[in-house]
Design a protein around this ligand. Sequence first.
Ligand SMILES: *Cc1c(COP(=O)(O)O)cnc(C)c1O
Length: 413
Amino acid sequence: MKHSDLLDIAKTFGDPVYVYDSEKIISQFNRLTNAFKGVKHLQLNYAAKALSNISILRLMNSLGSGLDTVSIQEVKLGLLAGFKPESIIYTPNGVSLEEIEEVAALGARINIDNLSILEQFGSKHPNIPVCIRINPHVMAGGNSNISVGHIDSKFGISIHQIPHLLRIVDLTKMNINGIHMHTGSDILDIDVFLYASEILFDTAKNFKNLDFIDFGSGFKVPYKEGDIETNIEELGQKLTEKFNDFCKEYGKELTLAFEPGKFLVSEAGYFLAKVNVVKQTTSTVFASIDSGFNHLIRPMLYGATHTILNISNPNGRERYYSVVGYICETDTFASNRRINEISEGDILCFKNAGAYCYTMASNYNSRFRPAEVLWHNGKAVLIRERENFEDLIRNQVDAKDIFSTKKEKAAVK
Ligand SMILES: *Cc1c(COP(=O)(O)O)cnc(C)c1O
């Protein structure tokens, strides 16, 4: 997107504001599809938790994507956005049997990631096919919070528990229609991913009625200059070959599924916020923006690096800044970052603001969550209003009748 378009959006819709470029989402979707064009049945299920605005979900649906969900609320958002129940897959972790049953009743596909629930669900509903989430214990990804394949991970059924799993399937006579893994975010080493896929194929041989194998996601996208990203084309080529070989051996053309979140929406997003104060201290120059980790928590939560541009002064001299938020505790977006000279009132643009940004936003410090705008075919469309004071107090119950102020007490005396 052009800087002038972003500045116009900030002017029209106010700031802070999230902007999503549909063209980038579409091109990422097509890129992944093309990388696997050698697979007969490919199914991409967009991971809703990355960015769950219903207009984004509608866009994904229009592209032919399915939907990967982790809560019953995401399932319901998907249905609202027009997804057919059978194109929604539900991959929760540690949720109750009741919630899983409710989702099954809505018609979504179920993915189970522990033996306790598998046994209970299979005993009660042997006729509802389920997919099982395997933990191949292969470690992918940089940040320990987003690596989910390691031995201590709470995700998935360990490959070492396959004999127990098979016993449950056998005793309950349940039908396993899919095998799944999701080893975490930020896959850099394709060979590690392929190694995990071998484990999945080995596991799959134990089940006779499979329809699909789901390789999860975790594709790394570039966040800053010089960042390495997952080589999707190379992965496509190598995994396609392995997958097709497996299907031959298995005797059935299975569907190859992925659940990309970050890959589809991260780079499509821009977060725009105004600089309130430029503050010189003895050691640094702070640029304080009209936002905080209540709106974009990734730098504070994961140490994520988001490229920050001063789109109000793109040709200004570069200087070093610490960009900070207004939250009343440590709230740092970036330290010692070279940015074109910043003046108060300038609009800063955070890149890679599509995935895990708005969906992690909160009302901390009693601030409003920002608006969201979709840039589609050269037009800006508001897809979520900025919150207002009414929104902040909507569900609060004012227990004013149970308190009397000190003043009133004095008056009673
Ligand atoms: C979060 C999640 C994804 C998406 O991961 P990305 O790194 O954003 O692509 C996919 N599958 C499952 C089960 C997830 O929990």
